[in-house]
Design a protein around this ligand. Structure first.
Ligand code: IFM
Length: 441
């Protein structure tokens, strides 16, 4: 049986990613909490993983003890600025403690400034629908960079702006539940303006900062490779989902299937690209989906599906995504800011993890500048409209008792982080079904 280890470069960041609303608990002053109370989601975030009461300490201990050297977390704007005219200094102090807590544990903090939630006062004034949001977001960003720059220089301005805009304004699954694709593109454009303003504000306050955003990138293939309609729909959907921010940052003109937006100030506003990769979509023409510009998506029939059929395990897709990034932005550093799978009983996660990391290793082996990997997620957390029905954590969570359950993937990821690589022994031990793929005989 072949033996060996796929090693990663020295200094590679190994971490997990979380987001405030999904782990903190009792974030009662934002648009998502309201959305949950109105019954749009499968339950409420409630106390979540109870980080706001201090359980972040024990979870950071778990991460550090199991070899992770980095963690990506997000700040909750609605706590920091509960009203347009007030700052909550106690909340800011808690975030200082968290970042210091990471540093004390030898972990590099990566900080996301906006991860899906908006303060209620922001959504009441129309959220990201108008450009009025841009100076307000920049003001909040300045406040936080000033407060936290001692502890981090690695910033994510906005997490998955494409998912925020499309889910909230195109598909109606996120607040405010609108189904208007044109409006979704307008929201995306304002997010790009907000990102650009944040990029410049951060660099003004912290010239050495590394600033980017996290792009949810979906590789796509037409369902029927010979069908002109499926090919066309794949192109429209791909451009609509993936290309808004990248075109805007490359050229200063954000291109979407529903029009162009001139945003010259966005050009060049990234020091790295954050890749959130989960799966690949199969796309086809669907006359019943005018709201989605007549496209529909799914997964290949024979795909290796996750427990709630939310994710197909297609590791080649992360390699293809990285390839797209290096071709689009040669030499730009890349961080995998999210990758993971919902898997309550951990039957799939070990192979999903190992097979995706093997593809990341292939990319690194081509000298592509991938600098780190943040698994989604450290502990089970509130999964937006799907509530607690999907479990993405390395550690499981009993929300009522707050007990953490150590899934086998914890041990696997610990071995990977500590070895700075994936060995044949690990694959044999945790996911023998992947062995032939990684170590062909
Ligand atoms: O939980 C989410 C996260 O908030 C954003 N990226 C995808 C994850 C899994 O769905």
């Amino acid at each position: 049986m072949p033996q060996g280890t796929y090693h990663f470069p020295k200094g590679f960041l190994w971490g997990t990613a979380t987001a405030s609303h999904q782990v903190e608990g009792n974030n009662t002053n934002n648009n998502w909490w309201k959305w949950e109370q109105e019954g749009h989601t499968d339950g409420s975030a409630a106390v979540a993983a109870d980080w706001w009461s201090g359980r972040w300490r024990e979870d950071f201990d778990r991460a550090a003890e199991t070899g992770q050297n980095a963690h990506r977390l997000s700040l909750e704007w609605s706590r920091i600025q509960p009203t347009p005219d007030s700052w909550d200094e106690d909340a800011i102090e808690k975030y200082r403690l968290m970042l210091r807590g990471l540093q004390d544990r030898g972990m590099t903090p990566m900080v996301t400034l906006h991860h899906f939630t908006d303060p209620l006062w922001v959504s009441e004034m129309g959220g990201w629908e108008t450009q009025d949001i841009v100076p307000l977001f920049a003001r909040y960003v300045r406040k936080m960079v000033d407060a936290l720059k001692e502890y981090t220089n690695l910033w994510v301005t906005i997490n998955e702006p494409n998912v925020y805009a499309l889910s909230g304004y195109g598909l109606g699954a996120f607040p405010p539940g609108r189904t208007d694709m044109k409006l979704a593109m307008q929201v995306l454009a304002n997010m790009l303006r907000g990102h650009a303003a944040a990029y410049r504000a951060i660099h003004e306050l912290q010239p050495e900062a590394r600033v980017g955003y996290a792009l949810h990138f979906r590789p796509m293939v037409p369902r029927l490779s010979w069908s002109p309609l499926d090919i066309l729909m794949r192109k429209i959907r791909y451009d609509g989902v993936n290309m808004g921010f990248p075109t805007g940052i490359s050229t200063g003109v954000m291109k979407t299937p529903l029009g162009k937006f001139n945003i010259p100030e966005a050009k060049g506003t990234q020091d790295y690209l954050g890749l959130n990769y989960y799966s690949v979509d199969t796309v086809w023409f669907d006359i019943t989906k005018p709201g989605e510009l007549f496209s529909n998506s799914g997964f290949p029939k024979d795909a290796d599906m996750s427990s709630t059929n939310f994710i197909a395990n297609i590791p080649q897709g992360i390699f293809d995504s990285l390839k797209w990034i290096v071709r689009t932005y040669p030499n730009l550093p890349i961080l995998v800011t999210e990758n993971g799978v919902e898997d309550f009983d951990d039957h799939m996660r070990p192979r999903y993890l190992v097979e995706h990391l093997h593809q990341v290793w292939r990319a690194v082996n081509f000298n592509w500048p991938v600098k780190g990997y943040f698994h989604w997620s450290l502990v089970d957390n509130f999964e937006w409209e799907r509530g607690w029905t999907q479990r993405f954590g390395l550690w499981g969570l009993d929300v009522d008792t707050q007990q953490r359950i150590r899934r086998p993937s914890v041990d696997l990821y610990e071995e990977i982080c500590k070895e700075n690589g994936i060995s044949s022994e690990m694959v044999q031990k945790y996911c023998p079904e992947s062995f032939e793929k990684l170590f062909p005989s």
